[in-house]
Design a protein around this ligand. Structure first.
Ligand code: GDP
Ligand code: IMO
Ligand code: MG
Length: 433
């Protein structure tokens, strides 16, 4: 049985969590491979809404083992809070179900303080990070001074490492950014307590995953963020500090490319982005409010992690084409079709116009991207409510036409389309992939 990879094909918040939950029903292991609690993945089951930040969205299925993989950065305080929240709601997060790779890197209060100080210092050109310490934790990892989760099993080593880590970052915080230092003794004491609680969850992910592969067990790699937030393939520098793309799953879980089966790209039927950076299809005014919603529905476009209103725009097929290419997607999953019901016409961006030239490739430099103007093709909308549809034939003809147009332009099959946030609000377009 191969490893399937599910990734975000846009700028995050595509609906990865709800499709991870759906596919997890047939999986033995679901593993997060990158990012940290900058992610916010929503799973809706009946009237219950679960917002997951670090714990894989497979956790709701009792039989699934969930792994927080080596490519992630983990704030242990947040992880413990998330575990307690799930346990309170009757979801088991015991060590036999929830595993933390010894290779994952720890996020500390020093990383969070640095994230805040750096964003404040950037002023107008701030990235708009989630202020969760993600960038500084990955910076330490790349600089080879990071703290790995394996330390949680070594109380003495952990105390010593935390002490040195906080003292070193205090110098930057006070001398470069002029903010208050942290108390290394207090941070070390907190981490000693986290270590006691999390040590039983530590695993060597290579043993877990490669034994599972040898036994033919199905594994799903759950992406966080999205392709356009990838450190290399996204809209640099307005990106996150990890690799949400499919290749990130291989590095982040320690699996070779020959094990990969499906590569599933999740995309919303329009586009959203939180934080700064170029966004050629961005809309403002009434149409933006129409797509974003006002915040009264739980699915309206407000950040799951930060509560910030998301920037919104029409569907951008240049972005999706880029995602198809860099992830070698085997299929697309489309979400939020219901949100487009009632629109007379739906513009779709099929190319960019830049300096008098038309292109269907995403320009690599943000200076170029900010000069791009969308070229739209307008498709007819549909008036009908689609939330009860479960089969393609139950969708209005123009909704089917919209899906076909996306699939044909991108030369990529669409396997599912969701028509509401609930687990069963899914239209299966193809189940032969
Ligand atoms: P993720 O980060 O990719 O997992 O996505 P988020 O959970 O941050 O954001 C997606 C939001 O859209 C959540 O509130 C979901 O419950 C909601 N959602 C997902 N699919 C659909 C859908 O088909 N229709 C509607 N109305 N909401 C959806
Ligand atoms: P999920 O998994 C949407 C964005 C932030 C910011 C940039 C860098 O829910 O799709 P960071 O804190 O990572 O250094 O911020 O990346 N960002 C996300 N946007 N969804 C996410 O996760 C995101 N995670 C980070 O808004 O622009
Ligand atoms: Mg999200």
């Amino acid at each position: 049985m191969p490893v399937d990879i599910l990734i975000g094909a846009q700028w995050g918040d595509e609906g990865k969590g709800r499709f991870t939950d759906l596919l997890a029903a047939d999986m033995a292991i679901v593993g997060r491979y990158s990012g940290g609690d900058n992610a916010g993945h929503t799973v809706t089951i009946g009237t219950e809404i679960f917002k997951l930040h670090l714990i894989p969205s497979g956790i709701i299925h009792e039989g699934v083992v969930c792994l927080i993989g080596g490519g992630t950065v983990v704030n242990p305080a947040v992880l413990l809070r998330e575990m307690a929240g799930l346990a309170e709601r009757g979801i088991s997060v015991s060590p036999d179900r929830l595993k933390l790779s010894r290779k994952a890197h720890l996020i500390t209060p020093a990383h969070i303080a640095l994230d805040k100080a750096k964003e404040a210092a950037r002023g107008e050109s701030a990235i708009g990070t989630t202020l969760r310490g993600i960038g500084p934790a990955y910076t330490d990892k790349a600089a080879r001074v990071g703290l790995r989760a394996g330390l949680l099993a070594d109380p003495e080593g952990l105390a010593e490492a935390i002490f040195a880590h906080v003292e070193a970052h205090n110098q930057t915080l006070t001398q470069i950014y002029g903010v208050d230092p942290l108390d290394p003794t207090a941070v070390a004491a907190d981490f000693a307590s986290y270590a006691q609680q999390l040590a039983p969850h530590l695993v060597d992910e290579a043993v877990l995953l490669h034994e599972a592969l040898a036994q033919g067990q199905p594994i799903l790699a759950e992406g966080a963020q999205g392709t356009l937030l990838d450190l290399d393939h996204g809209t640099y520098p307005f990106v996150t500090s990890s690799h949400p793309t499919a290749a990130g799953a291989l590095v982040g879980l320690g699996i070779g490319p020959r094990h990969v089966g499906r590569v599933i790209g999740v995309a919303k039927v329009f586009t959203s982005r939180v934080g700064s950076g170029p966004f050629p299809c961005e809309l403002t005014g009434e149409t933006a409010v129409r797509l974003r919603g006002t915040g009264e529905n739980p699915w309206d476009e407000y950040g799951t992690t930060t509560g910030r209103p998301r920037r919104v725009g029409w569907l951008d097929l240049v972005v999706l084409h880029h995602a198809v290419r860099v992830n070698s997607l085997t299929e697309l999953v489309l979400t939020k079709l219901d949100v487009l019901s009632g629109l007379e016409e739906i513009p779709v961006c099929v190319a960019y116009e830049m300096d008098g030239q038309t292109t269907t490739y995403l320009p690599p430099d943000q200076a170029q991207l900010s000069r791009c103007r969308p070229v739209y093709e307008t498709l007819p909308g549909w008036a009908e409510d689609v939330t009860q549809a479960r089969a393609l034939a139950e969708l209005p003809a123009n909704a089917r036409r919209y899906i076909e147009f996306i699939s044909e332009t991108l030369q990529t099959p669409v396997s599912y389309v969701s028509v509401g946030p609930a687990r069963n609000q899914v239209v299966t377009v193809r189940n032969d992939l």
